[in-house]
Write a protein that binds this ligand. Structure first.
Ligand SMILES: [Mn+2]
Length: 362
């Protein structure tokens, strides 16, 4: 396991890289470069980021922000130009030592919550929260306005203002696009990019829909084992992999996360893992919890054991944390609770090493 951390870059992330390095066992980043979907990433900007990260004693072998342009998802004629840019970016990242690109194929909304800072009554911390009842009352435009307002001035991944300004038009364009049509557009994309990934030694890793069900009538095709089996079959290759995010998939209690990890781990289809816990509050109603098993509804030991047994060399990061100790930061991406999460995950790993007799496996 390679323990990593999401970091937004020194211009917009209040957490110094030095602090990330000081988290025990931290090897590197699942990094981001703030680029709109569809552009060909300039190599010099990535080189500068890589140098900064390496100078702090950290690696940058995973990138999370090469976003797929909506025209590719909708299958518009302009997609070929955006796919060409995507391929050029893959080649550049491979030259610079990147091994995994985490992305998603969710229409319009990258992830969705109805409250970014819901107080947890038991301890006064706060975390991201979702209640579908609230969503019904708000509607898409209101949720975008509220999310921007609640983000306390921090930019949020997947909520780029220039993209969401076109929200009404984009939502209209998706009317009539069925899940099967979306999958066909996805296949067109994978058929173009995966052979390049094979050639240059990069793995694409698809992140699940978050939450793990359709919203606002949009087609969503990545929120169950069955969905991911279909995605793997769209272009069968070891470079076509998944970033199984336990919290996103786990928002639906029907998803048995350890079993899903084992299923795809055994097939060598896991490129990266996001590990976090959720607390179920009712139907389509949950909040994010600390990583500790008993504070949520996911079995974190069973999750780590599934990783240990089937994909032990994968990249892992503690996903969203709560905001604790009065930290001011980007919702879900503070330092303290994610550092606690990394330490907890490392503790489970050490215990697994002892139980399974492989004392030194990192
Ligand atoms: Mn995630």
């Amino acid at each position: 396991m390679k323990m990593t951390f999401r970091w937004y870059g020194s211009k917009i992330d209040p957490i110094p890289l030095k602090f990330v390095k000081q988290i025990p066992g931290m090897t590197g980043l699942m990094g981001l470069l703030d680029k709109p979907a569809g552009v060909d990433w300039p190599e010099e900007e990535f080189v500068a980021l890589k140098k900064e990260v390496n100078d702090a004693g950290l690696e940058i072998e995973v990138i999370e922000s090469v976003n797929v342009h909506e025209d590719i998802k909708m299958g518009l004629p302009s997609r070929d130009e955006y796919i060409a840019n995507y391929i050029s970016t893959i080649r550049m990242l491979a030259r610079q030592g990147v091994k995994v690109i985490v992305y998603n194929f969710m229409p319009v909304f990258d992830w969705l919550r109805t409250d970014l800072a819901r107080i947890i009554p038991e301890d006064g911390s706060n975390s991201l929260y979702f209640d579908e009842k609230d969503l019904g009352e708000m509607g898409p435009l209101e949720i975008v306005r509220k999310t921007a307002e609640d983000s306390k001035g921090f930019t949020l991944p997947g909520w780029e203002p220039e993209r969401l300004a076109l929200l009404e038009t984009t939502l209209k364009q998706y009317e009539g696009i069925t899940p099967d049509m979306l999958r066909q557009n996805y296949k067109y994309f994978l058929d173009a990019v995966i052979p390049v990934c094979e050639e240059v030694g990069v793995r694409m890793a698809c992140h699940p829909d978050d939450p793990a069900w359709p919203i606002f009538g949009l087609p969503r095709i990545a929120h169950s084992q069955d969905d991911f089996d279909k995605i793997c079959a769209l272009h069968d290759s070891p470079a076509n992999t998944l970033c199984l995010c336990t919290g996103s998939l786990g928002s639906n209690p029907d998803n048995d996360i350890p079993s899903i990890i084992r299923h795809f781990g055994e097939k060598n289809r896991i490129g990266a893992m996001h590990v976090r816990n959720v607390k179920f509050l009712g139907y389509h109603h949950f909040r994010e919890a600390s990583h500790l098993t008993r504070e949520g509804d996911l079995d974190m030991f069973a999750i780590m054991e599934a990783i240990y047994d089937t994909c032990p060399d994968t990249y892992v990061r503690p996903d969203h944390g709560r905001m604790i100790w009065d930290e001011q930061g980007r919702p879900g991406y503070g330092l303290y609770d994610r550092a606690l999460g990394a330490t907890y995950i490392n503790g489970l790993w050490e215990a697994l090493n002892r139980i399974k007799g492989k004392k030194d496996r990192v």
